[in-house]
Ligand binder design. Structure first.
Ligand SMILES: [Zn+2]
Length: 141
């Protein structure tokens, strides 16, 4: 018996229980393209940080309950910390004689332009994870 998360990862939606990896690849493609977790067709964002309230294709309401995207902060943290470390390592590689504090001071301004991207992907990943765990709750409040 597969857990709901495993079903979301490895089974096609509506596949009648036939195991397939296409569900995983479709989900990854949908996350990369920032598309709706339910139909994989509709865009989730209409601006840099402005989201559609519902999917323009299937009308799936992205904010499934009040405060829904608070959970995306965990994903944002998981994306931001390694990214900042990577930028700091890059700065250290370019200027190996700089102190740790100077490297951090240089890495932060280089990291800041990436914040909107991290914000968007944190919400997209959160919505997809939630959909994989609980697709039955439908959309809306
Ligand atoms: Zn949709």
């Amino acid at each position: 018996m597969l857990s709901p998360l495993a079903k979301g990862l490895f089974l096609k939606q509506g596949g009648g229980g036939v195991a397939s990896r296409s569900g995983l690849f479709r989900t990854i493609e949908s996350v990369v393209r920032q598309r709706c977790p339910r139909c994989h067709g509709g865009r989730m964002f209409l601006g840099w940080v402005r989201m559609y309230a519902a999917c323009p294709v299937c009308r799936y309401v992205f904010e499934r309950e009040p405060g829904y995207f608070v959970g995306a902060m965990y994903v944002s943290y998981a994306l931001a910390v390694p990214t900042l470390i990577l930028v700091a390592v890059l700065v250290h590689w370019l200027w190996p004689n700089w102190s740790g504090l100077t490297i951090l001071g240089a890495a932060l301004p280089l990291f800041l332009p990436l914040a909107p991207i991290i914000f968007r992907y944190s919400r997209v990943i959160w919505a997809h994870l939630d959909w994989m765990v609980d697709p039955s709750a439908g959309s809306g409040y």
